[in-house]
Design a protein around this ligand. Structure first.
Ligand code: SF4
Ligand code: SF4
Length: 369
């Protein structure tokens, strides 16, 4: 088995102490040693040392949401989700993958999006009269989920961004995150999007999804350097937090309601974006009406949707989302988040019990008042 993407020192740095077990959201649900961080690492070591690969490894490796909580508790400094992704990559290179992995790969390869949609990716603009800025310095990278599943959110976000002179890519495609997280290369998509970015001449990309943000920021670097392209990446919440004065001038008012906030793993724990969404929320509801979830910031529980788990293990994914909903403080009116994947998982698990909303919806409510 090829482990070309594996940091072998990391693999053997693990001392099997089990610290990580207590925070793994998958282990919390399944209780199986093979479905917690330590068990996964032992399995990857076995594979690395020549154990035969068979189907049984999939339920261990593919149930990791890549949330990264384990990495924050590891006294040895291991980065388990990177090991899991590298092991998935090694298996995929041998042609060993689940039908779900194969389907996600085929969808993205055929349609340029994870949802197998042949519709116009810019269909969400229908009915709007946006004036496209010439030579924009900032570009909104919409992402697959907002483009196809939550067009209203894409529209609401771009209504705000367009007024601030932000442009769009002419032909955006999936950022590549779904492929990279489940063990495939995404070079063709990355190259395509980089060419699109290069065409605009923009210096900053504003990502509408935590997965897109993480991928654009961390997985585009080497190809971007090869192509001689330099750009920064920020999330929508980072960009809007730095434009709060503009939003206030445009009519942002305080709202009398209580909200809490779910930190998406890939913007929060993986990339340290904790303050900006909170700045926006506090600007809208005031500090007293913003109440933290029981676990928050670096210690946020995962929504259960990442790493291909929602697609491959939906019951497990929903169970993790329901557990996350238990962290909501009593008496809040809304659970706010900043990632469409988290939004979808938490909303689906919540049903009518909890109102889940994207931060842009909160801003829009505060503008309408
Ligand atoms: S990954 Fe870190 S915390 Fe988990 S068992 Fe290994 S050494 Fe311990
Ligand atoms: S990244 Fe998250 S789901 Fe994966 S092993 Fe670590 S804690 Fe568990």
């Amino acid at each position: 088995m090829s482990f070309s993407k594996m940091d072998k020192r990391d693999l053997y740095r693990c001392v099997s102490c089990g610290n990580c077990r207590s925070v793994c959201p998958v282990f919390e649900q399944s209780g199986w040693e093979s479905q917690n961080t330590r068990g996964r690492i032992l399995l990857i070591r076995d594979l690395f040392e020549g154990a035969a690969t068979d189907e049984s490894v999939f339920d261990s490796l593919n149930t990791c949401t890549t949330c990264g909580y384990c990495a924050t508790t590891c006294p040895a400094g291991v980065n388990p989700p990177e090991l899991v992704e590298a092991a998935r990559y090694g298996l995929v290179a041998l042609g060993k993958m689940t039908p779900t992995q194969a389907k996600i790969h085929d969808n993205v390869k055929t349609y340029g999006n994870t949802l197998a949609s042949s519709d116009d990716r810019r269909g969400w603009i229908a009915g709007e009269t946006f004036e496209m800025p010439k030579n924009p310095e900032y570009i909104f990278f919409v992402g697959c989920l907002d483009s196809y599943r939550f067009p209203d959110n894409a529209k609401k976000t771009y209504r705000i961004l367009n007024k601030l002179g932000v442009g769009l890519l002419e032909e955006e495609k999936c950022c590549g995150s779904p492929l990279l997280r489940i063990g495939f290369d995404a070079d063709n998509l990355i190259r395509h999007n980089l060419e699109q970015i290069q065409k605009t001449g923009a210096h900053t990309i504003i990502a509408g999804c935590a997965g897109c943000y993480n991928t654009l920021r961390n997985n585009y670097k080497s190809l971007a350097a090869e192509m001689g392209i330099e750009f920064s990446v920020v999330t929508v919440s980072q960009y809007l937090a730095s434009h709060l004065d503009d939003l206030k001038k445009a009519g942002l008012h305080q709202l009398d309601m209580k909200v809490t906030y779910h930190d998406p793993c890939h913007s929060g724990r993986h990339n340290g974006i904790f303050e900006e969404p909170r700045q926006i929320i506090e600007a809208v509801v005031g500090p007293k009406n913003f109440i933290e979830m029981t676990s928050n910031r670096e210690k946020s529980r995962c929504c259960g949707g990442g790493g291909g788990v929602r697609s491959g293990y939906n019951d497990l994914s929903m169970a993790m989302a329901r557990r996350r909903l238990d962290d909501i403080p009593k008496s809040v009116d809304y659970l706010v988040t900043t990632c469409p994947l988290c939004y979808r998982n938490l909303r689906d698990a919540a049903g009518n019990d909890v109102k889940v909303m994207d931060i842009v919806e909160l801003i829009e409510m505060a503008m309408e008042k």
